[in-house]
Design a protein around this ligand. Sequence first.
Ligand code: GDP
Length: 436
Amino acid sequence: MFNTLSDRLTSVLQNLRGKGRLSEADIDATAREIRVALLEADVALPVVRAFIAKVKERAKGAEVSQALNPAQQVVKIVNEELIGILGGETRRLNLAKNPPTVIMLAGLQGAGKTTLAGKLAKWLRGQGHTPMLVACDLQRPNAVTQLQVVGERAGVPVFAPEPGNGVGDPVDVARRGIDEAKRAQHDVVVVDTAGRLGVDEEMMRQAIDIRAAVQPDEVLFVVDAMIGQDAVNTATAFRDGVGFTGVVLTKLDGDARGGAALSVREVTGQPILFASNGEKLEDFDVFHPDRMASRILGMGDMLTLIEQAEQAFDADQAEAAAVKMGSGRLTLEDFLEQMLTLRKMGPIANLLGMLPGAGQMKDQLANLDEKHLDRVQAIIRGMTPAEREDPKIINASRRLRIANGSGVRVSDVNDLVNRFFEARKMMSQMAGRFGL
Ligand code: GDP
């Protein structure tokens, strides 16, 4: 998402580099190019107009600065205005003073509501909450089962109508779900509701009825960022219909132009709370306007990277590994553990994509072979604990057994073992040089 926009903006802003002063003509030309880049990214026209007008006005009125050169000043202005249209401050979830906090999900079918319910549940658990899910999508076949599956994966209970009673009444299920949450003392309840392929009156009526019945603290409008300009119309229809207090963008991992993401806050006046970027439960995060803006501007998103790294790494474990590396005692077991830790943070290509300048590397990133990592993982898993601890004992017959057991060629096993020895040697040399 945003790759093209990001490339365009970076190159427009790079053209300003080295200019000692910006004339009005320079600013007008830059504004025009930014305007084209935003329109090509499918950002809604009124949003583009307002954005360009502000950037121009601020750039022309900018004081001569000691600290920043003119190009940097324009970058700063564009960055700040981008943060503005994305909502400014990070908006946190509103939690009820008297639990349970009720969160209702609304949106079209396929927007990613059910998946989001699981992601939200997992994230809430990570924040120390005890969430419960309520299945009120009784429209789509399998929606209830799907919610039960994601609930199980997230490790949270799901309240669903008893099977076999025909299509139940979603309003009744929602009400009973909340009662159950109170009884079982869950502090957050996430209510999944039915969508339709397009906005329709019956769906909206049902959403309105559920909202009235459960009085949610948050109504989150879930929108697929890949649906382009349509997202703005859908968002407006939901705002005027059921109404919502926040937005969740899904499928930000897609390769669409991303204009929906940039328009929906400005058009609906409601903040974006979360963003989803993949099908797995952990492909989900709080939405930070400032970080998203810097990602769009191609400045990288170091903050998200650091935060994710902190969550994924256990400091003691990391330190123990560092000591081991230095002493040349690193084992394949450590290696596997570190690889799993790194991969917990998401697809490797996503991680690299957050580094500054990664925009230009996207072709290489697309070729990065996750399958190779799977293979390495499978090979190490095919080893006995003794082999992982002391890879020197892995002789020819063991190599053959490991290869057969993990479904790879013997040469793959050789390759891994040899590279491991090389890496271990290099690490202990490096550690020696740095006095670790
Ligand atoms: P619902 O009809 O709104 O409940 O939508 P679902 O949760 O069933 O999601 C529809 C499809 O989109 C499913 O195949 C999900 O796996 C997929 N999906 C949901 N969120 C994301 C996301 O952030 N990225 C990607 N790539 N797929 C997603």
